[in-house]
Design a protein around this ligand. Sequence first.
Ligand code: FAD
Length: 409
Amino acid sequence: MAKVIVVGGGAAGLVAAWRAASLGHSVLLLEANGRLGVKLRISGGGKCNITHDGLPKDLLAAFPKDQARFLRPALFALDSAAVVALLRREGVDTYVRDNGRIFPLDRPGSAVAVVAAFESLVRRTGVEIRTGARVTALRGRTPRIESLELEGERLTADVYVLATGGASYPETGTRGEVLGWLAELGVPARSWFPALAPIPLQQPRPAWEGVSLREGELRLGAGPGGRRLDGFTGDLVFTKAGISGPAALELSQATERARREGAAWLSYATVPGPPEAADVSLQSEQRSNPRLLAATWLQRHLPERLVGPLIQEAGLASDLRLKELPRAGRRVLVDLVTALPLGAPQAVSLARGEVAAGGVALPAVDPHTMALRGWDNLRICGELLDIDGPVGGYNLQAAFSTGYAAGSL
Ligand SMILES: Cc1cc2nc3c(=O)[nH]c(=O)nc-3n(C[C@H](O)[C@H](O)[C@H](O)COP(=O)(O)OP(=O)(O)OC[C@H]3O[C@@H](n4cnc5c(N)ncnc54)[C@H](O)[C@@H]3O)c2cc1C
């Protein structure tokens, strides 16, 4: 029986502590906050999109390839069905939404019920829990961690499991400092980087706050009319400072990377395909429906609230009919529906991301045990690893699965 210290009482740490204790080890769980699972409590807007429906191979397909390869053994050991079953045993029933996302059954504060379930699980298995316990240093050198420090206290164990999360939403306890300590110990790591965050724009449209663009593609290019760098099909919503919604969150990491490299430009296509095809369809509409207002045509593809201002900005008359539309005007309309310009982004905030990209480099970690290679008694799990999945329950599942592997001592 080993003495295990788990640092971090979030999704990964709770599962790691429960798993190690259920295998008979003596486990101490240290959490900086006054209570467990603070980020879990705000996940999914307080409803907690706990995981995603599907076989492990389907879930893995949602992650970047290197992350999927790494996650494979852990996800097979604890898949989404196992998480659902675990919660059901603890009295938390779940349901699957049409898009595959799994939530606890709808009732106010369902994320709180998830945390309570995990808390009861760790308590019942005999884990000693200390909240308000922020670790301030790790002592040791390869191949062993000797101790860790809390304010005015030094603790030792046979095995240390680090589950301190990422670096976004620092108010939830995740300040990301542990990655710096690990780097000082020679552990390979990629610096924290913003991901799944809203994108502020250099020229935001506060008047459009709350308006959504639906079922189109947010495109990232290298400057206006420049080479296409990336794209994501999904909804987008205007905010005071820029854009948010699924497409913005998913494209935020690539956008920030392109911005730092000096060329990032965003546009949204509500009509798929090349502009030439949209032009052909507009010309056929001109012939079949010449009295149709240009604004009405635009309204078929863009929200009503945007149409007036866009027609005005383009210098077209609000009562212009399709038959009066000159070639240049046609081009304007086609551009608006195939590449509505959103413009250059401002810096994407690390703090406002649903995850932080970056973390301990995956090749440095054994994917079966989460043990850090070259170290005898150090395991890493959860968002502290260089894993960032898409929105949809994938990140919590990755935290649960890697926590389970880390606790399987
Ligand atoms: C607003 C928001 C909504 C989200 N919604 C979802 C969702 O619906 N579905 C989904 O799959 N993912 C969601 N995520 C992402 C998901 O919450 C995280 O990926 C997941 O919580 C990571 O788990 P973790 O255990 O690695 O880290 P965390 O859950 O962040 O836990 C880490 C814990 O370590 C503690 N800690 C840190 N440093 C120290 C230290 N030095 N000493 C002691 N303790 C320390 C922290 O206080 C924290 O409690 C959301 C994230 C955010 C911010």
